[in-house]
Design a protein around this ligand. Structure first.
Ligand code: AMP
Ligand code: MN
Ligand code: MN
Ligand code: MN
Length: 292
């Protein structure tokens, strides 16, 4: 008699699921622990969820465990920082094997640059009279090597320099501002190959946030596709209806699947709530069909 293993879940159509495939925990620059993010996603009605911390996968083990307890479909993910054409681009990897050595080593290398960068950021801020930013930001980071601009911004809000994280970015932490330090992250090809090599699917994150003209965006998508990228994050919390129309067209044209993710970082800080974002248009194949 052939052995038969019953599927653990009944089959379900990807298009019927509430998906959130982009969110952060305090392993990178979110404020909740990995387990808390998973619990919040579940409580907000998310049916398939990916934790995608910046350049770090240490949150995947605890998140997986909580997701199992809640019987929530969980996709192990990561968001890799990439330098492309002098710009910083984010690449989400979904369904990656957290034990993959090349991925782990690649991410460790990307993170390694963050400490020096943070020190340079603090020097830039000290030059305009803001002392102690490095030590200040460190207090907000769980991992020393995952210091992010967001941690600087939280410290500056808490010491009364600005009233919101958004304001800190605008005044101090974006190109041309005193605390901004240009940085070389992974190349696009490296990031896609680490993701694919770890059995994952590469998604170009929040294309609306790069302020690229159409020609440059098409060049980016073309290169991403050629490197092995499979999906475009068409639906994310800060995309307008116009963004969604435009990126849906581009995904169809380039033969890419569509993804949806909130880019949640914490309950109070941003307008993005876990599970909330515009819906992915029906015309696109949802990337999460791969994880059912
Ligand atoms: P980093 O990887 O250290 O350069 O930090 C990038 C992170 O900063 C992003 O993932 C966002 O969470 C946050 N960020 C970038 N720009 C802004 C902004 N204008 N307002 C608030 N947060 C931002
Ligand atoms: Mn972030
Ligand atoms: Mn991002
Ligand atoms: Mn993100």
């Amino acid at each position: 008699m052939p052995t038969f293993t019953a599927p653990s879940r009944a089959p379900v159509a990807a298009s019927t699921l509430v998906a959130d495939l982009h969110a952060h925990s305090n392993v990178s620059d979110g404020t909740l622990t990995p387990g808390e993010v998973v619990m919040r996603a579940h409580a907000h009605g998310v049916q398939i969820f990916a934790l995608t911390d910046h350049d770090e996968i240490a949150g995947l083990a605890p998140a997986t465990q909580v997701a199992q307890e809640l019987d929530l479909r969980f996709v192990p993910g990561v968001e890799i920082s990439v330098t492309w054409g002098g710009l910083t681009i984010h690449m989400v990897g979904l369904g990656v094997d957290p034990d993959n050595v090349a991925l782990r080593n690649g991410l460790a290398r990307v993170r390694a640059g963050r400490l020096k960068r943070a020190q340079c950021m603090a020097q830039g801020l000290a030059q305009i009279g803001i002392e102690g930013a490095y030590e200040g930001a460190l207090r907000y980071a769980v991992n020393r090597d995952m210091l992010s601009r967001t941690h600087f911004a939280r410290w500056m809000v808490d010491v009364g320099r600005c009233t919101s994280v958004r304001e800190v970015f605008g005044r101090y932490l974006t190109p041309g501002k005193p605390g901004y330090v240009a940085h070389h992250w992974a190349t696009l090809t490296e990031a896609v190959s680490w993701i694919c090599g770890a059995g994952g699917t590469a998604v170009l994150a929040h294309p609306g946030r790069y302020a690229l003209n159409t020609t440059t965006l098409r060049a980016l998508i073309c290169e991403f596709r050629e490197a092995g990228g499979m999906a475009l994050e068409v639906a994310t919390s800060n995309h307008s209806a116009d963004h969604i129309r435009r990126f849906t067209q581009l995904a169809l044209e380039f033969g890419l699947e569509g993804s949806r993710g909130s880019d949640f970082h914490g309950p109070n800080e941003s307008h993005a709530e876990v599970g909330r974002s515009p819906w992915l248009p029906d015309r696109l194949t949802p990337v999460w069909h791969r994880f059912l």
